[in-house]
Design a protein around this ligand. Structure first.
Ligand code: ADP
Ligand code: ASP
Ligand code: MG
Length: 417
């Protein structure tokens, strides 16, 4: 007997038929004698609709009221799944974040989980009860509902698994694992049997939305055995109930991966905006004068490129921000123009960042050169580059996004054969 957390995303609970299918996956595990906590997302598209309603009500609105609205999608699915489970003879009950409680910080709309009291759930496991927990939500220090940011049910699930000391956390979604790149844009993408925590962290933060970044951080810190797998495979298909080796992708320590490739995957993120400050005075403190006010305005600056000035007086600085923050950033820079000291500011929204990720890069030279050569071969112009030990990110025009992803996927030999 083991303890399992099973998380089901939006498409997996998109309607009552799909919820019935989810219930059969849950019943498979309870029939096998396991203790189960289920974490559910809202029905596909529901959270976006709720977000849109808050904007229609008022573009500027109280984040606490936003949370009261957008957390409601998960309340519905947790109740519905419990009803269906009960109708199948499974003892189940729905839990909202505040009832457990899942305690978060006060950052409404993008809250972090601080603590989960799993004791009542564990007590009820002893009585054979399944917990059906609303994902994406918790209780803030102000005693109000707080949501965890888009895609946050993944984080609810991994945090629950850590708090309940579960043997496994299964993230059920509409793909049967983590692929070498988004299978929606490259059909030749291959499913990975295993991926290292650090690589998954890079993949997620560089755009692969299959897992929320924070969920991977938690899985890594708490060593949660996390599988990404499909709810669309029949619940009683061969191997689905295999405890040690279920079909899907295991997120694990790098030492668990025997055959480490140089490049593991390609990720992409749309809607990056590039901002360039021209003829900036080249003196100490100028970067602080630019990025200080942007940080205060809560703009998340990503790639930063500074030119070395020819004569030590003037330079250029280019950086990227999310397209949605571009106007705000330009207003902040204009306001600080005197303190910064630049001539003109240029901006371009709607760019794409394509990234090559792999732990094997640490010990291999020439990985970046291969990417640049391959993109040049397709006539794709590179606007900015950043690298770290295990990734290379390249900024390009959005029109070339899919071509760039496919080109890089193929040049590193990731295509399915
Ligand atoms: P859920 O609603 O279950 O949380 P998401 O839509 O958040 O599902 O995440 C699953 C989607 O992530 C897939 O449908 C797929 O298009 C996308 N995705 C992006 N990159 C990858 C990748 N490398 N491997 C698998 N899926 C990916
Ligand atoms: N329902 C929330 C969202 O759409 C959380 C999630 O699905 O993980 O962002
Ligand atoms: Mg998701």
């Amino acid at each position: 007997m083991a303890r399992i957390v099973m998380k089901f995303g939006g498409t997996s609970v998109a309607d009552i038929e799909r919820i019935r299918n989810v219930a059969r996956h849950v019943k498979r595990e309870t029939d096998a004698g396991h203790e189960v906590a289920v974490v559910v997302s809202a029905m596909a598209g529901k959270t976006s609709e709720l977000v849109d309603w808050t904007r229609q009500a008022s573009v500027i609105h109280d984040a606490r009221e936003y949370d009261a609205v957008v957390a409601s999608g998960e309340q519905v699915t947790s109740g519905l799944l419990s009803i269906v489970l009960q109708s199948m003879g499974v003892n189940a009950r729905a839990w909202q974040g505040w009832q457990i409680p899942i305690r978060t910080d006060n950052a409404h709309g993008a809250a972090r989980i601080l603590d989960i009291d799993g004791s009542e759930l564990v007590r009820r496991f002893g009585e054979g009860q399944v917990a059906v927990v609303a994902g994406f939500q918790g209780l803030g220090p102000d005693n109000r509902i707080a949501t965890l940011g888009r895609g946050g049910s993944d984080t609810s699930a991994v945090a629950m698994a850590a708090a309940l000391k579960a043997d496994r956390c299964d993230i059920y979604t509409d793909v049967d694992g983590v692929y070498t790149t988004d299978p929606r844009i490259e059909p030749k993408a291959r499913r990975l049997k295993k991926i290292a925590f650090e690589e998954m962290l890079e993949m997620a933060s560089l755009g692969a939305k299959v897992l929320q970044v924070r969920s991977v951080e938690l899985a890594m810190v708490h060593k949660v055995r996390t599988f990404v797998r499909s709810s669309f495979i029949e619940p009683d298909a061969p191997g689905m109930g295999d405890f040690d080796n279920p079909p899907g992708t295991l997120i694990c320590d790098e030492d668990e991966i025997v055959e480490q490739e140089v490049v593991t995957g390609i990720a992409y993120a749309r809607d990056e905006a590039q901002i360039s400050l021209r003829r900036l005075s080249d003196r100490p403190g100028v970067s602080a004068a630019i990025f200080g006010p942007l940080a205060e305005a809560r703009v998340n600056v990503d790639m930063i490129v500074q030119n070395i000035s020819e004569d030590g007086t003037k330079t250029d600085m280019t950086f990227t921000v999310p397209s949605s923050d571009m106007e705000k950033s330009l207003a902040v820079l204009e306001k600080a123009k005197e303190a910064i000291g630049f001539d003109v500011v240029q901006s371009e929204p709607g760019l794409v960042k394509v990234s090559v990720i792999g732990i094997g890069m640490r010990s291999h030279a020439g990985v970046a050169a291969t990417a640049f050569r391959a993109l040049a071969g397709k006539g794709i112009n590179i606007k900015a580059i950043t690298t770290s030990e295990i990734k290379i990110s390249i900024l390009i025009d959005s029109a070339y996004a899919e071509l760039a992803v496919r080109t890089l996927h193929s040049v590193y030999g990731l295509d399915k054969t």
